[in-house]
Design a protein around this ligand. Structure first.
Ligand SMILES: [Fe+2]
Ligand SMILES: [Fe+2]
Length: 134
C-alpha cells in the first residue's frame, strides 16, 4: 500500500520543485513497499539510501532556488531542513542497528512530506506565483 499519494494539495506551483517532491514521494512509497513485503535488509537498505540521497539533493536544490528568488525566510527554512536530516539520521541509526524499519519512521516520513510541503514549501511557491501575477 502506498504511504502517500500525490495530490493537488502538494502542488506548490513551481514545476521543478514539484517534480523533485514527486520523486521523493515515489522513493518513500518504494521503501514502504519493501518494508511491507518484508524484503531482506539489503534490499530495504538500497531503497533507504536512495531516499536519503534524493532528500539531501532536494534540500540543496531547494535552498539554491530560494536563494535565487531572494526568499527572506531562507535561513529558517535551512534550519528546518537541517533538523529533518538530523531526525532522518536518528532513524537511520536505529535501522542499521536493528536491521529493520519502524512504523515510527514511516509516520515521520509521511508527516514530513505532507506538512513540510504544504507548509513552508508552499509559502515560497505562493510568493513566486504572486510575483509572476504582478
Ligand atoms: Fe523545504
Ligand atoms: Fe521541498
Amino acid at each position: 500500500m502506498s504511504l502517500l499519494k500525490w495530490s493537488a494539495q502538494l502542488d506548490i506551483g513551481v514545476s521543478e520543485m514539484n517534480h523533485q517532491h514527486q520523486d521523493l514521494l515515489d522513493l518513500m512509497n518504494n521503501l514502504h513497499d519493501a518494508y511491507e513485503a518484508k524484503q531482506p535488509f539489503d534490499a530495504q537498505k538500497v531503497c533507504f539510501l536512495k531516499l536519503k540521497t534524493a532528500t539531501v539533493e532536494h534540500f540543496t536544490n531547494e535552498e539554491k532556488y530560494m536563494e535565487k528568488i531572494e526568499w527572506a525566510k531562507l535561513p529558517t527554512h535551512k534550519i528546518i531542513h537541517q533538523r529533518l536530516l538530523e531526525e532522518f539520521g536518528k532513524h537511520e541509526k536505529i535501522f542499521f542497528e536493528k536491521n529493520e524499519l519502524t512504523e515510527d519512521f514511516f509516520r515521520f516520513l509521511k508527516f514530513w512530506l505532507s506538512s513540510h510541503i504544504q507548509g513552508i514549501d508552499m509559502e515560497y511557491g505562493q510568493s513566486v506565483k504572486q510575483k509572476k501575477g504582478a
